[in-house]
Design a protein around this ligand. Structure first.
Ligand code: G4P
Length: 526
């Protein structure tokens, strides 16, 4: 197959949700359909259920599981499906945000009982930053949930996206009958079954056809007729372009645990979801079908085996063909590197690959040469955009407990922050190290790993900051003056960009009003 054919058969996406909405279950059902696994229950949830520090080893173990489930690949109807896994726990949300930079589209799972939850909103914001196409799957229809029309309103309101239902539930919970597929005009009758697909599909071109009585009671027929009329009156017809540009999200209903609505979702997905397209870099757009290889690192995973310190850097291929044993150019280090054992992940198996194509994600053994966001090319200097750092929410000062191990501590902190475990800010004078994270768990992770992997010992002092904002200004004098006046709340990130630490939302609002020439950004990309 040539490059264009390889590209057009690839679908690289992530399934995302607020914890417990059904992401793991849906992923597993997709893998079952793709034949990548044989039985339900084979995909372990990488959810971290408890957050007490005594569970730290458990977290490490679970992180270990997520190395192999980081990318799951299977073939379905001759399409190569690459599902990028994202951690469920909110303390690892930044990991998820970064993974979203490596996908071409997303399936967002929403629990019909709970509706839009905190993480659903945050994840959607990240998708909207990049106009990622999103399909919404409303799950757990076998439960008494919210009214579907109310759910659609809630999605539009809280997620700031227009929605378009492509299937519609007939009743819900105990009396759930199935869904009517508005796209293909077919009735899917619900038969609960956790292990196999057991849905009866009947083509129904006309909802007023008397034959419908064979399958549904009169009251349900009447309801679906009314609902469909309302939907067609309220929502525009589905437009593929609007979905691909990220302005409309098609919505499906189903029950992942009962295998209901999954095949329909997967089949529509492979028809409408985008294949790898062009990617933006600071220098120029890179088209997927360019002959030369380009890609970027979006995730780095530490090896948990203390005897093998190598890490795995995950490369998303953006253009060209990747070949094993070839030399590729690392623009940040200005050197050529060869990879002898690049790995791919099929189901739960990791194996060495000879080649890979745009949309693929491969694991490269890394002895410390990679940072999140690094590019790999055939010689060109490129910086891929859209891999921002997000504003952390918890801040601690890192205190060295063993002055004889200062070097180890410095190295450890640098490497862990390169991996994206947390963000490091330096405050002057004295190079005071401020660690910013999105969750408490990261501090346990850092302390444990510094001790076990680098032999360094540290403590954390709480700080009163609640938010870090990158500050910018067209007027360099104004920026200098701002920094001079607020020295105690300024630090520099690893790229030496100035960052302002706010102590309260209220204080931040005041300072923004008082400093009209300063831009306050909540991601490092703005
Ligand atoms: P997550 O990855 O998004 O965090 O969610 P996960 O798939 O682990 O699902 C969370 C819980 O919701 C699981 O129950 C799962 O069985 C259940 N679930 C998923 N899909 C459906 C559905 O369509 N209907 C209903 N009623 N439940 C669903 P659990 O009790 O936490 O775990 P388990 O013991 O069932 O595995």
């Amino acid at each position: 197959m040539n490059l264009d054919q390889e590209i057009s058969r690839r679908r690289t996406f992530a399934i995302i949700s607020h914890p417990d909405a059904g992401k793991t279950t849906l992923t597993e059902k997709f893998l079952l359909f793709g034949g990548a696994i044989q039985t339900a229950g084979a995909v372990k949830s990488n959810k971290i259920k408890k957050s007490a520090s005594s569970d730290f080893m458990e977290i490490e173990r679970q992180r270990g599981i997520s190395v192999t489930t980081s990318v799951m690949t299977f073939t379905y109807q001759n399409k190569q499906i690459n599902i990028l896994d994202t951690p469920g726990h909110k303390d690892f949300a930044e990991d998820t945000y970064r993974t979203l930079t490596a996908v071409d589209s997303v399936i967002l799972v929403v629990d019909c009982v709970k509706g839009v939850e905190e993480q659903t909103e945050k994840l959607m914001q990240v998708c909207r930053m990049r106009n990622t196409p999103v399909i919404i799957f409303i799950n757990k229809l076998d439960r008494e949930g919210k009214d579907p029309f109310d759910l659609l309103d809630e999605l539009e309101e809280k997620l700031s996206i227009r929605v378009r239902p492509l299937s519609w539930p007939i009743s819900q919970g105990q009396t759930f009958q199935g869904v009517y597929n508005l796209y293909d005009q077919a009735l899917h009758l619900f038969k609960p079954d956790k292990t196999k697909v057991n849905e009866e599909i009947i083509a129904v071109k006309d909802l007023y056809d008397p034959a419908l009585k064979t399958w549904l009671q009169e009251k349900y027929i009447q309801k679906i007729q009314e609902d469909v009329e309302l939907i067609n009156g309220v929502y525009d017809t589905f437009n593929l372009e609007d979905y691909l540009s990220g302005s409309v999200a098609p919505v499906f209903f189903g029950s992942a645990v009962n295998n209901f609505g999954i095949r329909e979702l997967l089949e529509t997905f492979i028809r409408i979801a985008p294949a790898p397209e062009k990617r933006i870099t600071e220098e120029r757009p890179v088209n997927a079908n360019e002959k030369k290889l380009t890609g970027f690192i979006f995730k780095i995973h530490a090896n948990l085996d203390p005897n093998h310190r190598d890490r795995i850097a995950f490369l998303r291929i953006c253009s060209g063909r990747f070949e094993r044993n070839q030399f590729y150019y690392h623009p940040r280090l200005e050197k050529k590197i060869r990879f002898t054992s690049p790995a791919s992940f099929i189901g739960n198996e990791k194996s060495i690959i000879e080649e890979a194509w745009p949309g693929d994600v491969i694991g490269l053994y890394d002895s410390g040469q990679f940072k999140i966001g690094d590019a790999l090319t055939e010689g060109e200097v490129l910086h891929f955009k859209g891999i921002p750092s997000f504003s952390p929410e918890i801040f601690r000062e890192l205190v060295n407990k063993d002055p004889f191990k200062t070097k180890q501590l410095e190295k450890g902190v640098r490497q862990l922050t390169d991996e994206g475990v947390a963000q490091l800010f330096l405050q002057q004078p004295g190079n005071r190290k401020i660690i910013g994270t999105v969750g408490e768990l990261q501090f346990d992770v850092i302390r444990f790993r510094l001790e076990h992997e680098y032999g360094a010992s540290c403590d954390f002092q709480p700080l009163r900051f609640i938010k870090a904002c990158w500050i910018k200004s067209e007027d360099s004098k104004a920026l200098e003056e701002f920094i001079r006046l607020r020295y105690a709340q300024i630090a520099w990130d690893k790229e030496e960009r100035p960052v302002y630490f706010a102590e309260s939302e209220w204080g931040l609002q005041n300072i923004r009003q008082a400093s009209p020439k300063i831009e306050f950004l909540f991601t490092s990309e703005g």
